[in-house]
Design a protein around this ligand. Structure first.
Ligand code: ZN
Length: 211
């Protein structure tokens, strides 16, 4: 995974897009000459499809985050899950022209709602099947905290990343996978992004996209 042991790798990830903020995020990424990974759902608004096209064209990675993200729908059964997953695979293929090979579970693979209702092996069994299809499943290890509410001050989000990028011993995580959200209500995530990128660059991280 990492041929140079001294190199620190970071993956910026944005869940739940595309949204009206996607373009703003793409502009910031471009200005800073870095790329990110977008785990997308089915666009609420059709014109947002062009943001997915742009993200892909500019060298960002597009991942599957299920088509509708509705827990009571996608986590009803394995069959329901795979129907929704396949629908989104098809959408991504149609939009980017490429087969999507990366996936993130809505709520993450360890989320307690699913574990409590379906058993802790539910996402584990699905992960095994996805891996067999050549799909890599990713969680995160650095939470920006932007899912905890709307309009959380940008400065707080930057501080969350600064804090969570270190493990309990105070060492920088490597690789670091940063969780952020690309949705209408998360305007402070957009505001925080330049500061987050600056912090990561100052710490010597190299930016990559998930594969
Ligand atoms: Zn999500």
């Amino acid at each position: 995974m990492n041929s140079n042991p001294t190199e620190k790798i970071v993956y910026l990830t944005f869940d739940d897009g595309p949204s009206k903020n996607t373009e703003l995020i793409l502009d910031i990424l471009k200005d800073n000459d870095v790329h990110a990974t977008f785990f997308i759902i089915s666009p609420y608004i059709e014109p947002h499809i062009k943001f997915v096209e742009r993200a892909y064209k500019e060298g960002n990675a597009i991942g599957n985050h299920t088509a509708d993200h509705e827990f009571q729908h996608i986590y009803t059964s394995e069959e329901a899950f795979f129907n929704n997953f396949e629908k989104q695979q098809k959408f991504i293929k149609e939009t980017t022209g490429s087969d999507c090979t990366i996936f993130r579970f809505p709520g993450g693979s360890h989320n307690t709602i699913v574990a409590n209702s379906r058993g802790k092996d539910f996402t584990k069994n699905i992960t095994k099947k996805l891996n067999e299809q050549g799909i890599n499943v990713y969680d995160w290890n650095v939470d920006s905290g932007d899912a905890k509410g709307n309009n959380i001050p940008a400065e707080t989000l930057i501080q969350n990343v600064a804090k969570n990028i270190k493990d309990k011993e105070g060492n920088y995580k490597n690789p670091a996978i940063i969780l952020m959200h690309d949705c209408m209500t998360k305007t402070t995530t957009v505001e925080a992004l330049p500061g987050i990128i600056k912090l990561l660059k100052n710490e010597g991280y190299t930016f990559r996209t998930l594969k």
